[in-house]
Design a protein around this ligand. Structure first.
Ligand SMILES: *Cc1c(COP(=O)(O)O)cnc(C)c1O
Length: 226
């Protein structure tokens, strides 16, 4: 990946998102590219910002805190998405730092976020992560528990839930997982579907993704796992 720059790869990814959208009869403008910059330093991100990308995803609160406040000063229209697991004791910083949180998946976190939203008067957009493959090591609410959790988020914690997110099991074909997420979202009238990464965003767009989270296809292979 080293002879192609992130800026060139960003352009290719944008073009292929647009192509997929047209192929599947969708408006390209209905799909938001979340450029996943986790593990990449500020000097890799700066050129991507300079050519107009504004929506970014990070996995870790501490890493985001180190990288993004100075970029936000230069580019106030940045939209920062938390796509990694969130500990309840980091809810305060997460509400301060992020515009969108994709990984709401348990009552204790819903409660912590509700408390911080009330305290800070700042409301990040919230997505519920669904563990479509019911993998024990992965975050997310089991598909059969989404109804109850959604109702608790709304009625018990007073949260507005915008949509759903999933990460299909690495060994499975992703499309059935994307279709399941789409079905659950439709049932509840949720409009945002965060699904699709570098390897499978075409299938996700076919199944209705509104947000694709793409890291390595833009920034190259990560040197440490995330
Ligand atoms: C790292 C990560 C991505 C991006 O993955 P790539 O395969 O590099 O595109 C997307 N979503 C989540 C939740 C991630 O942790």
């Amino acid at each position: 990946m080293s002879d192609t720059t992130p800026v060139e790869q960003l352009k290719e990814v944008r073009a292929s998102i647009a192509r997929a959208a047209v192929d599947y009869g969708r408006d390209p403008a209905s799909i938001t590219l979340v450029a996943v910059s986790k593990t990449f330093p500020a000097e890799d991100i700066a050129p991507v910002l300079a050519v107009g990308q504004r929506v970014f995803g990070e996995n870790y609160v501490q890493e985001a805190k180190a990288k993004w406040p100075s970029f936000r000063e230069a580019y106030p229209d940045i939209e920062l998405h938390l796509i990694g697991p969130l500990q309840s004791n980091k809810a305060k910083e997460a509400v301060q730092l992020f515009d969108v949180i994709h990984t709401l998946d348990r009552p204790s976190l819903a409660e912590a976020l509700a408390k911080e939203i009330a305290k800070q008067g700042k409301t990040p957009r919230l997505l519920i992560q669904v563990n479509t493959g019911e993998e024990p090591q992965k975050g997310g609410v089991a598909p059969g528990e989404v109804d109850a959790f959604l109702e608790a988020c709304r009625n018990r914690y007073g949260l507005t839930i915008e949509g759903l997110m999933c990460i299909p099991p690495a060994a499975d074909p992703p499309s059935p997982h994307f279709a399941l997420l789409q079905t659950i979202a439709e049932k509840h009238g949720l409009k945002t579907l965060s699904m699709g990464m570098s390897a499978d965003y075409d299938a996700a767009i076919q199944m209705g993704a509104t947000h694709v989270r793409i890291g390595s296809a833009i920034f190259g292979a990560r040197s440490r796992p995330a």
